[in-house]
Design a binder for this molecule. Structure first.
Ligand SMILES: [Ca+2]
Ligand SMILES: [Ca+2]
Length: 175
């Protein structure tokens, strides 16, 4: 009797997997693979975005470096009532920060480096610069170009294929 019972037990034990069990296991493996592929995809996307951001920040830094040593306003100017390049000035001869007001690297076939050379290998990117006068007692207020203020905000915006990636601004004083 005992022998018979253990035989039945053994028989149950070795019967193998049912079709339903196999199907469920297959579905689980499939789901795991799908999750893995999806996770990998989003990681690649995050990575790509990170790379674009790094490039954009690098391009903001180029403008910051280029303008850091320049005076804010045309050297020798007495009354500062307009922003932008002086007569006949080109990027090569910009000698003050406000010359960069309205600068757009799109006209140069690529963004520019701190040495004013065009980085053609990064031509998908574009730098835009604005210089705005600020209320000397409240830097949150923009004043008109003709107003009497010795403070200005420089804003650099970097776009990639027309999409804004990064923007940074800082304040400069005329002294
Ligand atoms: Ca100038
Ligand atoms: Ca100027």
């Amino acid at each position: 009797m005992k022998n018979q019972k253990s035989k039945i037990k053994n028989h149950t034990f070795v019967r193998g997997f049912t079709l339903i069990e196999v199907l469920i296991a297959t579905a689980f493996v499939g789901l795991s693979i799908a999750a893995l592929v999806a996770a990998n995809g989003s990681f690649s996307m995050a990575n790509a975005t990170g790379a674009d951001l790094s490039t954009a920040e690098f391009l903001v830094e180029q403008i910051r470096e280029l303008t850091a040593l320049l005076p804010l306003v045309e050297p020798g100017l007495t009354t500062w009532t307009s922003l932008g390049p002086g007569p006949g000035e080109t990027l090569a001869t910009y000698d003050d920060v406000d010359d960069f007001d309205g600068f757009d690297s799109a006209s140069r076939g690529g963004p520019i480096s701190a040495q004013r050379t065009t980085l053609t290998q990064l031509k998908a990117f574009r730098q835009r610069v604005t210089v705005q006068k600020l209320n000397p007692t409240n830097f949150n207020q923009v004043w008109s170009d003709s107003s009497a203020s010795n403070f200005a905000r420089v804003t650099v915006t970097v776009l990639e294929n027309g999409r804004q990636i990064s923007t940074a601004s800082w304040i400069r004083a005329r002294y």
